[in-house]
Design a protein around this ligand. Sequence first.
Ligand code: FES
Length: 189
Amino acid sequence: MSIAASRCAARLIQRSLRSPLSTSSPLRSAIPQSSYRSTRLSIAFSTQFPSRRPFSSSSSLLHGHLDPPKPGEERKVTFVDKEGDEYTFVVADGDNLLDIAQANDLEMEGACGGSCACSTCHVIVSDPDMFDKMEEPDDDENDMLDLAFGLTETSRLGCQVKMSKELDGLVVKLPTMTRNLQASDFAKR
Ligand code: FES
């Protein structure tokens, strides 16, 4: 899609967000049929989370800032990416894995912004003993985990895991794929 066509589509989307999407919406004709489903999902997310950009194919690094840990609250966490490379960070109690990953430019989309409404922050805890130290996932997290690609016995949603003294030294793997309900599907077309 050309830049002009993208801008036109963005305007149409903004207009459509002000009124319900109907079968007669100009979106139907402005957006290629093959892209319609992904765009409709993006609109749904944009409506639910209005602070996010309504139309974008770029990754959404909206967090990006963590306060430095206070003395005595430094915790180590290691992420292992798809290529097997390890990245260790010193973070603070209370920091969640999504914020840590995004603040350090690791590949974790977090499409819903940490609202437990997607599965794009899926991580796999390497050590089952460490997994057992975590608080049990609640029903919302379990529902979203059911949608995660490559679910394992030690899967969690990164946005729901907060660092603590018990989790010092945590190692998590990033899955090879995530189920993406937002814009990167769109960008591949
Ligand atoms: Fe969507 Fe974690 S970012 S569930």
